[in-house]
Design a protein around this ligand. Structure first.
Ligand SMILES: [Zn+2]
Length: 284
């Protein structure tokens, strides 16, 4: 598993500290990750950036397509697992930054899937421009077939994912939540959306995302109030936790796995990072 070498390039919270530099580094790294089942019907099909396939008897849901460079890998990983590309029916995303949605247009073309996205992220996908506070590189525009709101659901083949708006990192960042069955137990699973803006962005009067501070505060409150998910899967995958529940299959790419305290401390740490950013920006 060569993923580990790449992970050291990414900060602990999975956010780039200096976007242009980080982008250059990541493009230099050709990462191949073998696909694997994470838990239940959820499979890891990504590379250096997360991409998850949620398989159902009536077709599949793809969460994040990664960068443009990752497209061929995601396609081959889906096939390697024995799934048919044309059975990917729905594409959702963690948030509209190039490292998670740049592959959307190409993936929509080869799968024919419907693209689902929330609010400002839907606008970004269709325009091909990063409308977050960061304003990093764009992507090939892609038609969004369904624009959703906070709390809306996506259902396919008996699987339902619910969208929790976590705006701040991008305007329509979304934590998708579902439940899976594994070994006779039911687990709540959350796919990370994004919590706070990238370091160094303009927090006040940002022309792309003028409400970024309020949106981020609301997001942090919501995450803190949330029932901790059993599995919190990362869009910038990290090393597997040192101890896994033996009831789980293999190597879940968790930020926190079956660890309610870990969830709380994760949320507390991103909140502290945001407070430091606010202080640096003038303490308003
Ligand atoms: Zn991002």
């Amino acid at each position: 598993m060569r993923l580990t070498t790449v992970l050291v390039l990414l900060s602990a919270a999975g956010m780039f500290t200096s976007p242009p530099g980080a982008a250059a580094r990541v493009q230099e790294v050709g990462v191949t990750v073998e696909p694997f089942r994470v838990v239940g019907n959820i499979y890891y099909v990504g590379g250096q950036f997360g991409s998850y396939l949620i398989a159902t008897p009536e077709g599949h849901i793809l969460h994040d397509t990664g960068s443009g460079e990752m497209h061929a890998l995601v396609v081959s990983n889906i096939k390697k697992l024995g799934f048919n590309l044309r059975d990917v029916r729905i594409m959702i995303s963690s948030h509209a930054h190039w490292d998670h949605v740049e592959g959307h247009a190409a993936m929509k073309q080869v799968t024919g899937a419907q693209v689902v996205a929330l609010g400002g992220d839907a606008e970004a996908l269709e325009s091909g421009e990063d409308n977050s506070a960061l304003g990093a590189r764009g992507w090939e525009p892609v038609t969004v077939d369904r624009v959703i709101k906070d709390g809306d659901t996506v259902t396919l083949g008996g699987v339902t994912l619910r969208a929790l708006w976590t705006g701040g990192h991008t305007q329509g960042a979304t934590m998708w939540m579902t439940t899976v069955q594994e070994g006779g137990s039911t687990y709540s699973v959350a796919f990370r959306g994004g919590e706070i803006p990238n370091a160094g962005v303009q927090l006040f009067d940002n022309p792309r995302h003028p409400t970024v501070v309020d949106d981020t505060k609301r997001t942090l409150e919501r995450l803190a109030a949330l029932e901790p998910p059993d599995l919190f899967l990362h869009n910038h995958p990290q090393n597997p936790p040192p101890e896994l529940d033996p009831a789980l299959p293999v190597d879940p790419r968790c930020v926190t796995c079956l660890d309610a305290e870990g969830w709380s401390s994760y949320v507390a740490s991103v909140k502290a990072s945001f407070e430091a950013m606010l202080r640096e920006a003038g303490g308003r």
